[in-house]
Design a protein around this ligand. Structure first.
Ligand SMILES: Nc1nc2c(ncn2[C@@H]2O[C@H](COP(=O)(O)OP(=O)(O)OP(=O)(O)O)[C@@H](O)[C@H]2O)c(=O)[nH]1
Ligand SMILES: [Zn+2]
Length: 199
Protein backbone atom coordinates (compact mmCIF):
# COMPACT_ATOMS: atom_id res chain seq x y z
CA UNK A 1 0.00 0.00 0.00
CA UNK A 2 1.62 3.25 -1.11
CA UNK A 3 -0.78 5.60 0.68
CA UNK A 4 -2.69 5.44 3.90
CA UNK A 5 -5.59 7.58 5.00
CA UNK A 6 -4.25 9.80 7.74
CA UNK A 7 -7.13 9.13 10.13
CA UNK A 8 -7.10 5.33 10.01
CA UNK A 9 -5.86 3.64 13.16
CA UNK A 10 -5.34 0.04 14.17
CA UNK A 11 -7.79 -0.57 17.06
CA UNK A 12 -5.62 -3.19 18.73
CA UNK A 13 -2.59 -0.88 18.69
CA UNK A 14 -4.68 2.05 19.92
CA UNK A 15 -6.03 0.01 22.86
CA UNK A 16 -2.56 -1.20 23.88
CA UNK A 17 -0.99 2.23 23.66
CA UNK A 18 -3.86 3.80 25.61
CA UNK A 19 -3.18 1.46 28.54
CA UNK A 20 0.53 2.28 28.49
CA UNK A 21 0.00 6.03 28.21
CA UNK A 22 -2.52 5.97 31.07
CA UNK A 23 0.10 4.23 33.24
CA UNK A 24 2.73 6.71 32.09
CA UNK A 25 0.54 9.66 33.12
CA UNK A 26 0.09 8.15 36.61
CA UNK A 27 3.82 7.44 36.91
CA UNK A 28 4.55 11.05 36.00
CA UNK A 29 2.41 12.14 38.96
CA UNK A 30 -0.71 13.10 37.02
CA UNK A 31 -4.31 12.15 37.74
CA UNK A 32 -5.30 10.35 34.55
CA UNK A 33 -8.97 10.57 35.62
CA UNK A 34 -9.13 14.35 35.68
CA UNK A 35 -11.28 15.85 32.97
CA UNK A 36 -8.53 17.32 30.81
CA UNK A 37 -6.64 14.04 30.71
CA UNK A 38 -9.51 11.58 30.22
CA UNK A 39 -9.05 11.39 26.46
CA UNK A 40 -5.30 12.04 26.49
CA UNK A 41 -4.16 8.39 26.30
CA UNK A 42 -6.35 7.93 23.21
CA UNK A 43 -5.12 11.17 21.65
CA UNK A 44 -1.51 10.17 22.28
CA UNK A 45 -2.09 6.68 20.90
CA UNK A 46 -3.47 8.15 17.68
CA UNK A 47 -0.84 10.89 17.44
CA UNK A 48 1.98 8.38 17.81
CA UNK A 49 0.50 6.07 15.20
CA UNK A 50 0.22 9.03 12.86
CA UNK A 51 3.80 10.10 13.51
CA UNK A 52 5.13 6.60 12.85
CA UNK A 53 2.93 5.71 9.86
CA UNK A 54 6.00 5.75 7.62
CA UNK A 55 6.77 2.14 8.55
CA UNK A 56 3.77 1.04 6.52
CA UNK A 57 4.53 3.09 3.44
CA UNK A 58 6.82 2.22 0.55
CA UNK A 59 8.83 5.13 -0.83
CA UNK A 60 9.85 3.37 -4.04
CA UNK A 61 6.20 2.54 -4.82
CA UNK A 62 5.28 6.19 -4.27
CA UNK A 63 7.97 7.41 -6.67
CA UNK A 64 7.00 4.77 -9.22
CA UNK A 65 3.33 5.78 -9.00
CA UNK A 66 4.21 8.97 -10.92
CA UNK A 67 7.22 7.93 -12.96
CA UNK A 68 7.31 9.43 -16.43
CA UNK A 69 9.58 8.67 -19.36
CA UNK A 70 11.31 11.93 -20.28
CA UNK A 71 14.43 12.56 -22.26
CA UNK A 72 16.00 15.24 -20.04
CA UNK A 73 19.21 15.19 -18.10
CA UNK A 74 19.17 18.55 -16.36
CA UNK A 75 19.36 18.70 -12.58
CA UNK A 76 15.96 18.79 -10.82
CA UNK A 77 15.99 20.42 -7.39
CA UNK A 78 13.19 20.63 -4.84
CA UNK A 79 14.37 22.61 -1.87
CA UNK A 80 12.96 23.70 1.49
CA UNK A 81 10.75 20.62 1.93
CA UNK A 82 9.63 20.91 5.53
CA UNK A 83 10.02 17.82 7.67
CA UNK A 84 9.07 16.68 11.15
CA UNK A 85 10.57 13.53 12.59
CA UNK A 86 11.34 12.05 16.01
CA UNK A 87 14.75 11.10 17.32
CA UNK A 88 14.96 7.45 18.23
CA UNK A 89 16.89 8.18 21.42
CA UNK A 90 14.40 10.41 23.23
CA UNK A 91 11.32 10.24 21.00
CA UNK A 92 11.38 14.02 20.84
CA UNK A 93 10.86 15.86 17.57
CA UNK A 94 13.49 17.13 15.24
CA UNK A 95 12.35 19.38 12.44
CA UNK A 96 13.68 21.42 9.57
CA UNK A 97 14.08 21.29 5.83
CA UNK A 98 15.18 18.80 3.22
CA UNK A 99 16.71 19.74 -0.12
CA UNK A 100 16.65 17.10 -2.82
CA UNK A 101 18.18 16.98 -6.30
CA UNK A 102 18.49 14.34 -8.97
CA UNK A 103 19.71 14.17 -12.54
CA UNK A 104 17.22 12.18 -14.64
CA UNK A 105 18.34 9.19 -16.62
CA UNK A 106 15.36 8.64 -18.91
CA UNK A 107 12.73 9.03 -16.17
CA UNK A 108 11.39 11.78 -13.97
CA UNK A 109 9.01 11.55 -11.02
CA UNK A 110 6.13 13.76 -9.94
CA UNK A 111 7.58 16.61 -7.87
CA UNK A 112 5.15 16.10 -4.99
CA UNK A 113 6.37 12.52 -4.66
CA UNK A 114 9.72 13.80 -3.40
CA UNK A 115 7.92 15.52 -0.53
CA UNK A 116 5.98 12.32 0.15
CA UNK A 117 9.18 10.32 0.27
CA UNK A 118 10.55 12.68 2.90
CA UNK A 119 7.46 11.99 5.02
CA UNK A 120 7.69 8.22 4.55
CA UNK A 121 11.09 8.17 6.23
CA UNK A 122 10.53 11.11 8.60
CA UNK A 123 7.43 9.50 10.13
CA UNK A 124 9.47 6.87 11.94
CA UNK A 125 11.88 6.87 14.87
CA UNK A 126 14.99 8.23 13.24
CA UNK A 127 18.44 9.69 13.36
CA UNK A 128 18.99 12.50 10.91
CA UNK A 129 21.86 10.72 9.16
CA UNK A 130 19.77 7.63 8.36
CA UNK A 131 16.80 9.74 7.28
CA UNK A 132 19.09 11.46 4.77
CA UNK A 133 20.51 8.26 3.27
CA UNK A 134 17.13 6.48 3.16
CA UNK A 135 15.64 9.29 1.07
CA UNK A 136 18.60 9.10 -1.27
CA UNK A 137 18.38 5.30 -1.50
CA UNK A 138 14.70 5.32 -2.48
CA UNK A 139 15.21 7.88 -5.26
CA UNK A 140 18.20 5.96 -6.55
CA UNK A 141 16.28 2.68 -6.60
CA UNK A 142 13.13 4.05 -8.22
CA UNK A 143 14.63 6.33 -10.87
CA UNK A 144 18.17 5.01 -11.45
CA UNK A 145 19.21 8.65 -12.00
CA UNK A 146 22.65 9.89 -13.05
CA UNK A 147 22.99 11.42 -9.60
CA UNK A 148 21.07 12.11 -6.38
CA UNK A 149 21.76 14.60 -3.59
CA UNK A 150 19.97 15.07 -0.28
CA UNK A 151 20.75 17.73 2.32
CA UNK A 152 18.81 18.05 5.59
CA UNK A 153 19.04 20.93 8.04
CA UNK A 154 17.26 20.32 11.35
CA UNK A 155 16.88 21.36 14.96
CA UNK A 156 16.55 18.68 17.60
CA UNK A 157 14.24 19.36 20.56
CA UNK A 158 16.21 16.81 22.62
CA UNK A 159 19.14 19.24 22.37
CA UNK A 160 16.97 22.31 23.03
CA UNK A 161 14.38 21.45 25.72
CA UNK A 162 16.59 19.14 27.77
CA UNK A 163 20.14 17.77 27.92
CA UNK A 164 22.71 20.15 26.52
CA UNK A 165 20.03 22.87 25.92
CA UNK A 166 21.55 24.52 22.87
CA UNK A 167 18.77 26.60 21.34
CA UNK A 168 20.40 27.70 18.12
CA UNK A 169 22.37 24.76 16.86
CA UNK A 170 21.34 23.40 13.49
CA UNK A 171 22.50 19.97 12.31
CA UNK A 172 23.24 19.55 8.61
CA UNK A 173 23.53 16.12 7.04
CA UNK A 174 24.10 15.27 3.40
CA UNK A 175 24.26 12.28 1.10
CA UNK A 176 25.47 12.25 -2.51
CA UNK A 177 25.49 9.64 -5.21
CA UNK A 178 26.56 9.40 -8.86
CA UNK A 179 27.39 12.75 -10.47
CA UNK A 180 27.00 14.57 -7.16
CA UNK A 181 29.57 12.29 -5.58
CA UNK A 182 32.12 12.20 -8.39
CA UNK A 183 31.78 15.63 -10.00
CA UNK A 184 32.51 18.50 -7.64
CA UNK A 185 31.21 21.05 -10.18
CA UNK A 186 27.77 19.40 -10.15
CA UNK A 187 27.80 19.12 -6.36
CA UNK A 188 28.81 22.77 -5.97
CA UNK A 189 26.08 23.89 -8.39
CA UNK A 190 23.52 22.07 -6.23
CA UNK A 191 24.91 23.51 -3.01
CA UNK A 192 24.90 27.02 -4.51
CA UNK A 193 21.32 26.66 -5.73
CA UNK A 194 19.97 25.45 -2.39
CA UNK A 195 21.68 28.36 -0.65
CA UNK A 196 20.08 30.89 -3.02
CA UNK A 197 16.64 32.42 -2.48
CA UNK A 198 15.88 32.26 -6.20
CA UNK A 199 16.49 28.61 -7.03
N1 LIG B 1 23.92 11.31 15.40
C1 LIG B 1 22.72 11.68 15.86
N2 LIG B 1 22.56 11.85 17.18
C2 LIG B 1 21.35 12.24 17.61
C3 LIG B 1 20.27 12.48 16.77
N3 LIG B 1 19.21 12.87 17.53
C4 LIG B 1 19.65 12.88 18.80
N4 LIG B 1 20.94 12.49 18.87
C5 LIG B 1 21.89 12.35 19.98
O1 LIG B 1 21.83 11.05 20.52
C6 LIG B 1 22.65 11.06 21.66
C7 LIG B 1 22.20 10.05 22.68
O2 LIG B 1 23.20 10.08 23.66
P1 LIG B 1 23.08 9.45 25.12
O3 LIG B 1 24.29 9.88 25.91
O4 LIG B 1 22.79 8.01 25.02
O5 LIG B 1 21.75 10.16 25.67
P2 LIG B 1 21.62 11.31 26.75
O6 LIG B 1 22.24 10.91 28.03
O7 LIG B 1 20.15 11.66 26.83
O8 LIG B 1 22.47 12.47 26.10
P3 LIG B 1 22.31 14.04 26.17
O9 LIG B 1 21.32 14.45 25.12
O10 LIG B 1 23.71 14.57 25.87
O11 LIG B 1 21.83 14.40 27.55
C8 LIG B 1 22.68 12.50 22.14
O12 LIG B 1 24.00 12.99 21.96
C9 LIG B 1 21.70 13.21 21.17
O13 LIG B 1 22.08 14.56 20.91
C10 LIG B 1 20.49 12.28 15.38
O14 LIG B 1 19.59 12.46 14.55
N5 LIG B 1 21.72 11.88 14.98
ZN1 LIG C 1 17.10 12.84 20.99
Amino acid sequence: MAYRKTEEYDERVTEGLMKSYKDALQLLGEDSEREGLLKTPERMAKAMQYLTQGYELNAVDILNSAKFKEDVSEMVIVKDIELYSMCEHHMLPFFGKAHIAYIPNGYITGLSKLGRVVDVFARRLQVQERLTTQILGAIKEALNPLGVAVVIEAKHLCMMMRGVQKQNSVTTTSAFDGEFLHNHITRNEFLKLIASDLS
